[in-house]
Design a protein around this ligand. Sequence first.
Ligand SMILES: Nc1ncnc2c1ncn2[C@@H]1O[C@H](COP(=O)(O)OP(=O)(O)O)[C@@H](O)[C@H]1O
Ligand SMILES: [Mg+2]
Length: 339
Amino acid sequence: MTAPLLEVEDLRVTFGTDDGDVRAVQGLSFTVSEGETLAVVGESGSGKTVAALAIMRLLPRYARIEGSIRFRGTSLLDLDDDGMRGLQGDDLAMVFQDPMTALNPVITVGDQIVEAIRTHRDVTEAAARDRAAELLDLVGIPEPRRRLDSYPHEFSGGMRQRAMIAMAISNDPKLLIADEPTTALDVTVQAQVMEVIRRVQEATGTAVMLVTHDLGLVAGTADRIQVMYGGRLFESGDTDTVFYGSRNPYTLGLMASIPSAVGRTAHRLEPIPGSPPSLINLPEGCVFGPRCAFATDACRSEPELRVVDAATGHATRCHRADELPALIAARAAPREAGA
Ligand SMILES: Nc1ncnc2c1ncn2[C@@H]1O[C@H](COP(=O)(O)OP(=O)(O)O)[C@@H](O)[C@H]1O
Ligand SMILES: [Mg+2]
C-alpha cells in the first residue's frame, strides 16, 4: 500500500482566550489518500474549519497546534514560512465559503488566475491566460475567454465560487480543501457547484477534502465520510457505510435532519435537540452525551474512537456502538406498526 497523501495524527488546536482555553480540535487523526474525496461533516462549531486551516497553516499565530500533519511525508508543522508558501496554492489549495473575501474586487478574474499560476510556474503571460480560460471552461463558465476580463462583481455567487475553484486548481494541487463551498449559495446552485467539484476531481485526479455542515450534500460526491463533533472525530467510514450502517447516534441525528428520503426512511430518528457544547467547558464523559437519546451511565466516561469493521476501517466513538442497530430497530418498529 502506498503512503497516504495527507496524514494527520493526534492534532490538537487550542486558542487561549480571556474566557479560558478553547479546545477547538482534540486528538484528531485521519488520512486522505491520493485522488479520494473525503467529506468532513459536523454541525457548526465542531472544529472542521480549524482542522482545515491547521493543515493549510493559516491559523492565527496565537493558536497552539500540537500533534503532527504530514503531507507527502513532509511535516507541515515543521516547515518554515517559505517552505509553506511554496505548498500553498500549489500542491495544497483551499476554497472558502465566501469567494468575495478571497477574490480581489478590483482585479479581473482572469488576471487573478494568471497571477495564481505565475506565482508557482515559470510560464508566459499568454500561456497562463490560455490555461486560465481552460480552467474557467472546466468549471463550467460559459464564454471563458471573454469572462477572463470580468471583475468578480460581474459574476453571480455561483459563478464566483466556480472561479474560485478554477483558481484553486490552477496549479494542479494534490489536495484541494473546500470549506463549505456551497453554504452561501441557494439550493440549485449548490448542486451545480458540487457537480463542478466532482468534475474537477475526475478531470484532475486531485484529492478533495470537502468540509460541510450538511451531510445531505455529500452523498453523491464523497468516497469516505468523517463526522466531527466537539473537536473530535465521532465516526468515519465509506460513504455507504456511514449512510446505511452508521454506528453513531450523532451521525444518525445529522441524518435525521436531512430533508430527503435517505435520512427519514433509513433511520426514522429525530433530529438532534439542543446545540453543540462550548469548547471551553466541555461536558464530562462523552461530549455528545447531554444531547444523545441513547446515553446511559456508561457515557459518563469518554468513549474512544474504535474500529467496528476492520475490513472497511469503519470507526466510531460510542460506548453503545454494538447495540445501536438493535436499539434503532426497536425505535422504528412501533412507528411502522402504527403507520
Ligand atoms: N481564532 C479563533 N480564536 C478563538 N476561537 C476560535 C478561533 N477560530 C475558531 N474558534 C473556535 O473553535 C471552535 C471550532 O470552530 P470551527 O472550526 O470554525 O467550527 P466549524 O468549522 O466546524 O463550524 C469554535 O468554538 C470557534 O468559536
Ligand atoms: Mg467552518
